[in-house]
Every structure is written in C-alpha cells, then in structure tokens.
Design a protein around this ligand. Structure first.
Ligand SMILES: [Mg+2]
Length: 337
C-alpha cells in the first residue's frame, strides 16, 4: 500500500473549553492508504491529556513506513493484528491507519462500510452538539445560535447547576453533561439529583479515572446513568468499567481504530452496558468513519465537523442531529482540494 500523511491545524468556530483546558485550533493527522487504484482515508487527533502531538503521530507511523508500503491489504482485521505490535504504544497513530484500511477495504468491494458490516441504518441515533465551558451568558448564546435536538454540555465549574438551569430555560432538547473528571463523590451524587430534575439524560466521566473506589460508590447510589470516557481508553478497559459505569464512550482515536472499537462494542453489549462513541474533535475524514458504527450505538457525540470552522474532507453531512451518508463507497470521505 502507498502511504501518504497529511497534517492539519484546523480552527474552532469558538474557543473550545472543557474542565481542564481551552483551545482555538485542533491539530489533526489524516493518513491515506492506496492499493490497486483504490484509496482509503483515516484520521487521528492530537490530545494534550494523552500527550499526543501530530509530530509524534507522524514519527510513529513513519517508523513503519517501509513495512506498510510493502504490505498488501487482505482484511483490516489482519492488518490491525500485524500493526498492533508495532504501534501498541501509539494507538492514536494506529487509529489513522486502521480507519484508512477499512475505507480502502470497503471501496475495493464498492460498498459503504455499513453495508460491509450488513448493518441497518434506519434507527441511527442522533448526534449531540457540544457546548463548551464559558460564562453562562455565552453558553446560552452558543445554544441559541445552534438550535439542536441533543446537546452535550461541558461542566466542571463552580456554577454547574446554574449553567444547566439557565440553558434549560431556552430549550426542551435532550441534555447530556460531561464533567471531564472534575467532580468528587458527594458532588457527583448531589449534582445528579439536580441534573435529573433538569432533564439531563446521563453524566459522562464525573470523576478522575484513578478514583475507582469513589466511582464504585457513585455507581451504587447515583440517580442518573454514568458513562466512562477517560476511564475507558482501550479494549481491556471495558470489562474494568463494568460495575463502575452504566456505559462506555468509545473513541476510535484512543482505542486504536474501528477494529478494536467493534470488539469493545460487542463486549459492552455482552455486559449489558450502554455504548456511545465520542469524538476528539476529528474533522469529516474521521467522523465519516464513526457514522458507519451508528446502528450499533445507543448514543453518539460526533460533532467535530460542526465545532471546527475548517475541514479536511467532504463526507457525511449532519442535519439537525441526523447523519446523512455521502453517496460514495467506503466511509464516503474524500480529501478537500
Ligand atoms: Mg468526554
């Protein structure tokens, strides 16, 4: 396969703030794999929490360029199995290659990816739209300028309940909240009661991933479902989250692509847990791949292309939460000129 890497730095529409940090640009990396006249695109993201930068990602992939360029793709699963020992310390890099391999594989069969998996897209969940942390006034303004059926609201401030109370005055849309590890046990239990009253559907990662004991206490008493994000990174984490969270948020970039994500989804369902996929602000190249997993999911947060003012690719479109697939095989993503 021929390998080409495309680094990007895309501007956000608004400064993106969560409990830990703010950013104005999102560095991203797109990988293209080509074989027999077909090409596939994959994407991965930089992330400070996981100490991942685009130069590190490019170095990790380039270290195995000769192997990849001498490799002939048979199935994406076999390719992942071959690449995993080489990139097990950099699953973010593996993700870009894995998605590109799935896109290429589906294109070779001239099928959309969900058709390769024989999935029914008629009951796909709607994607939420994220409101980052800001002053209450600005969060209300961001909500009003983007009417949407499902919002994910970033929390982890001194005025979390006041934020949701203020936003609730302006919409009856579904709310989910994400505290990004910012709360403790008592705060989570207390906030959950107030948030349930305000029509919140679930809480994503209320507490630090290291506080397993605290999470157990929360799980036993909390009045809203809690979904693991920072506590569920790779495949092995799914079983570990059982009995601590009601569901998991899988991110292709963190777990190493579609191949492990499919196994994580199956394991979570076997354990009776809810399944969500999230985003790390990937653009349309990577988000178009997530779209094909929708029939397998309970919830989805794939609003990267909506949060970014610029894009890498043409592919899926998002209309009022609904995903519209591109009329092309594979993931449907093609690089913008
Ligand atoms: Mg999260």
């Amino acid at each position: 396969m021929k390998l080409t890497l495309y680094p990007f730095e895309l501007k956000f529409r608004h400064t993106f703030t969560i409990s830990r940090k703010s950013k104005d640009v999102q560095p991203l990396l797109v990988a293209k794999l080509e074989q027999n006249g077909y090409s596939g695109l994959g994407e991965t993201a930089d992330n400070a929490y996981y100490n991942m930068t685009v130069p590190l990602l490019m170095n990790a992939i380039n270290a195995h360029r000769t192997f990849i360029e001498n490799y002939t793709l048979t199935t994406p699963e076999i390719f992942w199995q071959e690449m995993y020992p080489l990139l097990k310390d950099n699953l973010f890099a593996l993700c870009a290659l894995d998605i590109a391999a799935w896109d290429l594989y589906a294109k070779q069969q001239q099928k959309k990816l969900y058709e390769v998996w024989q999935l029914d897209i008629s009951h796909n969940p709607l994607t939420d739209y994220t409101i980052g942390i800001d002053t209450i006034e600005n969060m209300v303004r961001k909500l009003q300028e983007f009417p949407w059926p499902v919002y994910k609201i970033k929390l982890g401030t001194k005025e979390d309940i006041a934020i949701i109370t203020a936003l609730r005055k302006h919409t009856s849309a579904v709310f989910r909240v994400d505290a990004n590890c910012a709360w403790g046990v008592d705060e989570t239990l207390r906030n959950a009661i107030a948030l349930k009253e305000l029509g919140v559907e679930f809480i994503e990662q209320p507490m630090p991933a290291a506080d397993k004991e605290g999470m157990k206490q929360v799980y036993e008493k909390v009045v809203l479902p809690v979904i693991a994000d920072e506590s569920c990174i790779v495949e092995q984490d799914v079983t570990q989250c059982h009995g601590y969270f009601h569901g998991i948020n899988i991110k292709l970039t963190k777990c190493g692509g579609i191949t492990p994500a499919l196994r994580m989804i199956a394991e979570a369902k076997r354990l009776g847990m809810k399944v969500m996929t999230g985003s790390m602000n990937e653009s349309t190249a990577g988000t178009s791949a997530v779209a094909h997993l929708l029939p397998l999911l309970d919830y989805v947060d794939m609003d990267g292309p909506l949060l970014l003012a610029e894009d890498t690719a043409d592919g899926i479109k998002i209309e009022n939460g609904r995903i519209i697939y591109a009329d092309r095989s594979g993931t449907g993503a093609i690089l913008l000129p």
